[in-house]
Design a protein around this ligand. Structure first.
Ligand code: SF4
Length: 329
């Protein structure tokens, strides 16, 4: 059952400072994205910085207005809902932010930080708010003693647990986790992923897990969507990404994975080749966005944009290398 779904979702920004804006001043940060997260599913969204992942997350949360396309939550079209109406569903999807410390007010105690959404969205009073806050802290493995502490008294891992507790306090159905553990070391990152897995089972949560860390995706996610230049270029079951990925960009990302996950190949260079080609104005109206970086580019790639087409069950890729070709199991 679909929990959240987008159909051709697009967000175009206009370059500032031009007296007479033209089509070339348009910067599509998210370009015709159609994807979904099912109830109880974890969808990994991967891509380099600037690929449009965070803008897509903000569109899903209603923090940005789509230029085109549709956004459905629980089967309801919420694309054109205003701020007030969106508040009624915002508690059902919450964000786990990247940098906990900077997203917390250093003068607030943990109790106030975690309890803030309860005041904002539910109008709860202090006493009943405290009960819910302590319950939420308990769920992320922090005892009641932490309620009185301030952010500077907590370690990176504890701050991220507070971050998750704050996201859980409104009993959401979907958590959007935007590079949530990128500042933590490998061991702590694993612990946090185990915590998210446990919460998913106990609370029946769904996740959109945004990351550039492919090693965590294969273990933690059910499916993965790869984003490049504002577009989804491949979607496939996460457990099969190392073996089945087709798109040259996905393969490049896999080549850049460090050694923690031995099933994934190690890169000679440690990063994808070339520089990220962002879809800004000229040159993005035709052809494949990845063309200038792709080692397999063909003449057709410069003129015809590849469509996202099904290649195997639950596997889609947008690449001319596989045009009209269904890959055998
Ligand atoms: Fe490379 Fe062409 Fe495929 Fe784009 S469409 S990824 S340029 S082979």
């Amino acid at each position: 059952m679909r929990l959240i779904e987008t159909e051709g979702l697009t967000k175009v920004y206009q370059r500032e400072g031009h007296w007479f804006p033209s089509a070339n001043d348009a910067m599509p940060a998210v370009d015709r994205v159609s994807l979904h997260v099912d109830k109880g599913e974890t969808l990994g969204l991967v891509g380099e910085s600037g690929s449009g992942k965070s803008t897509l997350a903000r569109l899903l949360l209603g923090l940005e207005t789509a230029t085109e396309g549709r956004l459905l939550f629980g089967g309801e079209d919420v694309t054109r809902w205003g701020f007030k109406r969106l508040r009624t569903i915002r508690g059902r999807m919450q964000m786990v932010f990247q940098n906990s410390y900077s997203s917390f007010d250093p003068l607030f105690t943990v109790e106030r930080i975690v309890g803030e959404p309860l005041s904002n969205y539910r109008g709860m009073l202090a006493r009943e708010r405290r009960c819910v806050v302590l319950e939420s802290l308990d769920m992320v493995g922090l005892g009641a003693a932490y309620a009185e502490r301030y952010p500077h008294e907590l370690s990176g891992g504890q701050l991220q647990r507070v971050n998750i507790a704050r996201a859980l306090v409104l009993q959401p159905e979907l958590l959007i986790c935007d590079e949530p553990f990128s500042s933590l070391d490998f061991k702590l990152r694993r612990q946090m992923l185990v915590l998210l897995e446990e919460l998913k089972i106990h609370l029946g949560l769904s996740y959109l897990y945004i990351t550039h860390d492919l090693s965590s995706v294969s273990r933690f996610c059910d499916r993965v969507a790869v984003m490049y230049g504002g577009q989804i270029v491949e979607t496939l079951p996460a457990a099969r990404i190392a073996e089945d990925a087709l798109h040259p960009y996905t393969r490049a990302l896999l080549d850049a994975v460090p050694v923690q996950d031995p099933r994934l190949r190690r890169s000679k260079t440690g990063r994808p080749f070339g520089d990220p080609a962002l879809p800004q104005g000229e040159g993005v109206t035709q052809g494949c966005r990845f063309c200038s970086r792709c080692p397999a580019a063909m003449p057709v790639c410069t003129t015809v944009e590849p469509a996202l087409v099904r290649k195997r069950p639950f596997h889609e890729a947008a690449c001319h290398l596989y045009a009209n070709q269904i890959v055998k199991e």
